[in-house]
Design a protein around this ligand. Structure first.
Ligand SMILES: Cc1ncc(COP(=O)(O)O)c(C=O)c1O
Length: 430
């Protein structure tokens, strides 16, 4: 059985400094590790002794069932404590404590994130969210009038708006393809992109995992296609990073943006932008940087005064995730997903889950559709009557409730949700 010492040693070997693990909540991780005792992730997925220790690291409100952890996640206690400590320290004399003492520590966060994503730290910029990372890509690449960009009608709304503004401003052509409602097979998705490519296509923008149904896209296959045709591929990984395990080289991508306040459980207002080293020079920052920084990934961080506390606590969130392990986290998320989805589907033919319930095409996020129940009304009823938070998804091609548990969600909470849906189907929600 691994001891606390071996757990601490494994974190230290992975490059995590012990000071970031101070705080009582990290003791939960130590205890959890002893419960897991080197077992396979799938066998730990339903071990409530293990997950109870993990949930103790979060100061959540048990009167609420939060099944929208995809929108924005609560941060665990040690992450909050580190941020608050650094905010107070900054406030003593911001021009010294924030700028001189704390801000340089962003380099530790860059190193930790680069290690987790599998890239060089010199390719990793820290941003305030996925939107900032993605808009740097969309607005930062030189494109001329008539150049074409392919996106899907399941890309994130703000990115579509950014492309639209660029079309209005620069005269580029944005082609929006349908993925055919809830996305189909990997091959079908790749073929839809292939069919839309013309000699004018310069960029494809794709979400790694759609925020609508939780479908994990065939990024590597689309990357292969894009490389064959000499097209840049921008990946919006807002919901993917730290949700399930993958590395940059598994995807073979040159550009990747994500939020860190979703699945990494870092403070609100954190994200990253990865740009492959030889692409940095040609991608402009959104806020101007001096020419001397043209080749420097830090040019994307020239954003003026901002808190150092928020981004520095990313290091604590990385250590927290490392303590759980992404294989274990993904196995737990799939266990919780199947607990509600497969139960409800087995009970009624009115229930549909247009998310592939397997181990490769989805993880913790899935969409629930119930024949005869209006999405918005069901969302409102669950929240106002039962304090269960979900996400209503209304898309021209499908609709439903997006259900997103987290590492602190208990099976009992999932069962409360399942019972309420049963009740709604039986007696209505008027
Ligand atoms: C696919 C996708 N991209 C981008 C974003 C924007 O993330 P943020 O608000 O952190 O910028 C979201 C937010 O939910 C998202 O789902």
């Amino acid at each position: 059985m691994p001891s606390r010492r071996s757990f601490v040693n494994s974190l230290a070997r992975a490059g995590f400094a012990l000071p970031v693990m101070n705080g009582s909540a990290f003791r939960s991780l130590f205890s959890a590790e002893e419960v897991a005792a080197g077992r396979a992730p799938a066998s730990v997925a339903s071990d409530e002794d293990y997950w109870a220790e993990i949930s103790r690291a979060f100061d959540t409100d048990s009167t609420i069932v939060n099944l929208n952890n995809g929108g924005c996640s609560p941060a665990p206690i040690p992450v909050m404590e580190a941020m608050i400590r650094d905010l107070r320290f900054s406030n003593e004399i911001p021009v010294d404590h924030m700028w001189n003492v704390l801000e340089p520590r962003i380099e530790s966060c860059r190193r930790d994130l680069a290690q987790m994503f599998g890239c060089d730290p010199e390719e990793m910029a820290i941003t305030r969210n996925a939107s900032e990372a993605q808009e740097i890509m969309i607005l930062g690449m030189d494109l001329k009038r008539g150049d074409e960009v392919i996106i899907t009608n399941q890309n994130y709304g703000r990115m579509m708006t950014t492309w639209d503004q660029r079309a209005r401003r620069d005269g580029i052509v944005v082609k929006t393809i349908s993925l055919g409602g809830p996305p189909g097979s990997d091959e079908d998705i790749v073929n839809r992109f292939r069919a839309a490519i013309t000699p004018q296509t310069r960029v494809i923008e794709l979400t790694h995992i759609t925020n609508l149904t939780g479908h994990i896209m065939p990024v590597r296959q689309v990357s292969k296609l894009a490389r064959e045709k000499g097209i840049a591929l921008f990946i919006d990984g807002a919901h993917a990073f730290a949700h399930f395990p993958f590395l940059r080289d598994d995807l073979d991508v040159d550009y990747y943006g994500t939020s860190l306040h979703k699945w990494l459980h870092a403070p609100i207002g954190t994200g990253f932008l990865y740009v492959r080293r030889d692409k940095i020079k040609s991608m402009w920052p959104m806020m101007a940087a001096p020419a001397s920084m043209d080749d420097n990934i830090r040019k994307y961080e020239e954003i003026g005064t901002h808190p150092a506390a928020n981004h520095n606590a990313i290091a604590v969130a990385v250590a927290f995730n490392r303590g759980i392990g992404l294989e274990r986290k993904a196995a737990r998320m799939r266990y919780l997903r199947d607990r509600w989805a497969k139960t409800l589907m087995a009970e009624s033919s009115r229930v549909h889950v247009p998310t592939p319930l397997n181990n490769t095409q989805s993880c913790g996020i899935a969409l629930l559709t119930v024949d005869g129940l209006d999405t918005e009304k069901l969302f409102g009823w669950l929240w106002s009557k039962h304090r269960i938070r979900t996400t209503p998804i209304v898309h021209p091609e499908f609709s439903g409730l997006r259900i997103t548990p987290s590492v602190y969600t208990t099976p009992a909470e999932i069962d409360v949700f399942v019972d309420c849906v049963r009740k709604a189907m039986k007696t209505g929600i008027a």
